[in-house]
Design a protein around this ligand. Structure first.
Ligand SMILES: NC(=O)C1=CN([C@@H]2O[C@H](COP(=O)(O)OP(=O)(O)OC[C@H]3O[C@@H](n4cnc5c(N)ncnc54)[C@H](O)[C@@H]3O)[C@@H](O)[C@H]2O)[C@@H](O)CC1
Ligand SMILES: [K+]
Length: 538
């Protein structure tokens, strides 16, 4: 269950389910509301014992409809609930209208013009202070910034009940967040939404916006409520929609089957069965990055790993390497000679390699050998003034691993589009940016970040989200990118297809950091890999 949906895909799935006749919009809305209430009390059990006062902010569409269901269900649990409606009740879509009317028979609906938070809420009478505020204003239907008056009212409310004094829960999306990109549609406030949620409940699947860009920051925690779309009719719907769904993005996960070594199918393996990775090193005083990458390649299971270093750095490397072998390489022509050994099947160029023509020449030689190859760091930045020269040599067995700065240098136009403050939704996302870059480069691109995106030309994208329960803040340490490049190279040497190598490596990289915890430095990452591999059953 790792698909990441766009709003359009979610709508298409719902529509197909309606068309099949097995479920109605009203039923889905009821399940959505129930899913929110269940998740709220599961995640915040202490709410059961707190003041049972809730404020539900409903919007003009089906997200608002979910809000009315939630108000009713809370009220049935004994909560004093008040609904605030932003919109005209007469113009609500049918299911939302039905739930509005049902709620209006049970409790109050305060129209937006009468939202007087400053008078009604929070002054004097503590009994009146809500312990839960539900944001059911906008979900997947958000297409433009919140209107000024609404934005202002929400900011007032946020100030009145600061973080920690009340639980804030968003239905499907924090209002104002674009669910296709995770970017606030909020040009007037520099992307600062009115409130940060404690919990966001998505329906059926996570949407892209829950994990991309600023999504995790505004969502708080996320839960996915099952609204029963997986059964019966949906299978049929999926078949009908196969074309639309084939490019659905997914969350990255490790490839356990291929990570295993040996086993029944291959009981006795030779080290050359797992490849020989070659990592190029920079000169004296700069070989640490390559050595880190090489150790990671070996730990992730490459059969053999060599570092190729300039003559001047041989002594330094020799003093630090044991199981990793060492070869002399003074530039592109030496590399060409080394690559006459066709057992060297995966190359890593970039970490600590140095900027300039010598690096460019080695990259061109490496790419000309048609080996599986990871290009990182200096191997990318050396082409900052001439990205097309690099693109002309790339091929399908190459992986580029830029962080955002390197990405911006190689793909300045794509980066510009991604950095522009969005004024409309759906906004351009990191998934689209990585896909466009992969298509241009003709190889797999890993756009690194807490929301790493992996894209191959013409393929569907994968997202590795180091957020929520997989956050790994200690990974922001010097050399951790070198280790990742080495891990990918090691898996390429083992025979992984590029996109699968990157998918497994990004996941295990974060897992290694999480298993080590505070105080992590890059050297610890390769050493944590055995534990990660065994926890996966590899
Ligand atoms: N379609 C369904 O059957 C289901 C939908 N569900 C809910 O429905 C939501 C999607 O509903 P909708 O498509 O009605 O969309 P929303 O309720 O998110 O938005 C409502 C409408 O507001 C308008 N709008 C967009 N941005 C605006 C802005 N800044 N200011 C004012 N108006 C704006 C748009 O025209 C949009 O159609 C989901 O997020 C989910 O909460 C759930 O009930 C599950 C089932
Ligand atoms: K919402």
């Amino acid at each position: 269950m790792t698909d990441l949906l766009t709003s359009a895909q979610m709508r298409a799935i719902e529509q197909a389910a309606f068309d099949s006749g097995e479920v109605t919009g009203a039923e889905l809305m009821e399940r959505a509301g129930q899913g929110v209430v269940d998740a709220v009390f599961e995640v915040f059990p202490k709410l059961q014992d707190s003041r049972p006062v809730a404020l539900v902010l409903c919007g003009p569409g089906n997200n608002g409809g979910d809000g009315f269901v939630i108000a009713r269900l809370l009220s049935e649990r004994g909560w004093r609930t008040e609904c605030y409606l932003y919109g005209d009740p007469a113009r609500l879509p049918p299911d939302a209208k039905a739930n509005h009317d049902r709620w209006a028979g049970m409790g109050t609906v305060v129209p937006f013009g009468d939202w007087r938070f400053s008078l009604r809420w929070g002054y004097g009478d503590a009994e009146e202070t809500p312990s839960l505020i539900v944001d059911a204003l906008f979900g997947t239907g958000l297409t433009r910034p919140l209107a000024d008056d609404l934005d202002k009212a929400l900011r007032e409310l946020d100030t009145r009940f600061p973080e920690g004094t009340v639980r804030r829960v968003a239905v499907d999306a924090p209002s104002g967040l674009c669910m296709d990109s995770g970017r606030p549609i909020d040009p007037d406030h520099d992307g600062e939404l009115p409130s940060r949620q404690d919990l966001t409940i998505s329906f059926h699947r996570l949407k892209r916006g829950h994990v991309l860009a600023n999504g995790p920051e505004w969502c708080g925690q996320v839960r996915v409520a099952d609204i029963g779309l997986d059964q019966g009719a949906l299978r049929l719907a999926r078949e009908r929609l196969r074309e639309d769904l084939s490019d659905m993005a997914a969350l990255a996960k490790p490839d356990i089957y291929f990570l295993r070594k040996g086993g029944e199918e291959y009981p006795i393996a030779h080290k050359y069965d797992y490849g020989h990775a070659l990592v190029l090193s920079g000169g004296p005083g700069r070989s640490g990055a390559a050595r880190l990458a090489a150790r990671a390649a070996l730990r992730v299971g490459a059969g053999l790993v060599s570092v190729a270093a300039p003559g001047t750095a041989m002594a330094e490397c020799a003093a630090h390497l044991t199981s990793v072998m060492l070869r002399r390489c003074n530039g592109a022509s030496d590399l060409g000679v080394l690559l006459e050994d066709d057992r060297l099947n995966a190359l890593c160029l970039g970490p600590g390699l140095g900027l300039g023509a010598a690096t460019r020449d080695m990259v061109v030689t490496a790419l000309g050998s048609r080996r599986r190859c990871v290009l990182d760091a200096d191997a990318l930045t050396s082409f900052a003034d001439q990205p097309p020269t690099l693109f002309a040599h790339l091929h399908s067995k190459v992986v580029l691993t830029p962080h955002t700065g390197e990405f911006a240098r190689l793909f300045p136009d794509i980066w510009e589009r991604l950095s522009r403050q969005p004024e409309r939704g759906p906004a351009y996302s990191r998934i689209e940016a990585a896909q466009e870059a992969a298509a241009r480069a003709g190889c797999t691109v890993l756009l690194k970040g807490p929301d790493s995106v992996i894209a191959e030309p013409g393929g569907r994208a994968l997202v590795h989200a180091a957020s929520y329960d997989r956050a790994a803040p200690w990974l922001a340490t010097a050399g951790s990118g070198d280790v990742l490049a080495g891990m990918i190279t090691g898996l390429l040497a083992r025979g992984f297809w590029p996109v699968r190598a990157v998918e497994s490596a990004t996941w295990m990289h974060v897992e290694a950091a999480r298993s080590f915890g505070p105080g992590l430095i890059a050297e610890d990452l390769p050493e944590a890999l055995p534990g990660v591999l065994s926890s996966l059953g590899a």
